[in-house]
Design a protein around this ligand. Sequence first.
Ligand code: R5P
Length: 217
Amino acid sequence: MSQERLKIEVAQAALKHVEDGMLLGVGTGSTVNAFIDQLAASGKRLEAAVSSSEATTERLKAIGVRVVELNHTGDLELYIDGADEVDEHKRLIKGGGGALTREKIIAGASRRFVCIVDASKCRPILGEFPLPIEVIPMARSFVARQLAKLGGQPALREGFTTDNGNLILDVRNLDLIDPVAMEDRINRIPGVVCCGLFAHRPADTVLVASEDGIQSR
Ligand SMILES: O=C[C@H](O)[C@H](O)[C@H](O)COP(=O)(O)O
């Protein structure tokens, strides 16, 4: 089965968590795009959605979903999003699409976070995927030097600006054996807006699509 087909399968499985009239948090990326397509096809009617990126907002509006600001809602019942890597403790690396900061905010504001991935994203230990870190532009070089002291090899994502007007450093080679500790260390560097490790706030449920079907973890 193609990876595209697996994304559609896991998107359909995520729909079982979505109820009519829900205020839903919606992530960013190709798996979430498949979810938005399946939501449109399902005929389910949300009350509204809180979106994690301009790209997702555009797609949601195109299928007739009302998009509201997180500042105008309370906590959300459910957040649906993809990930770049997932470990056995449902900790994640996110931010391959550069939307990590808004994603982490919405995940934090949601009572349940259902993460949707295909089996290629599952790892025993996080870190094969370079860790995205959103940084304030004037702090770029300073933050990169601090990340190098932590053992990482940061690379500026060339030609990319986040929806918040910031930059992304993609960091290889960090030791992520203890992702909670590394998330703390990175968060303490001045100039870091957000780190793509979701270890303090892991997913509550991970739906994994493979040739064998959907596994719920
Ligand atoms: O910034 C992007 C998000 O964290 C995505 O959830 C992540 O990159 C996975 O995207 P995709 O579903 O396209 O693999």
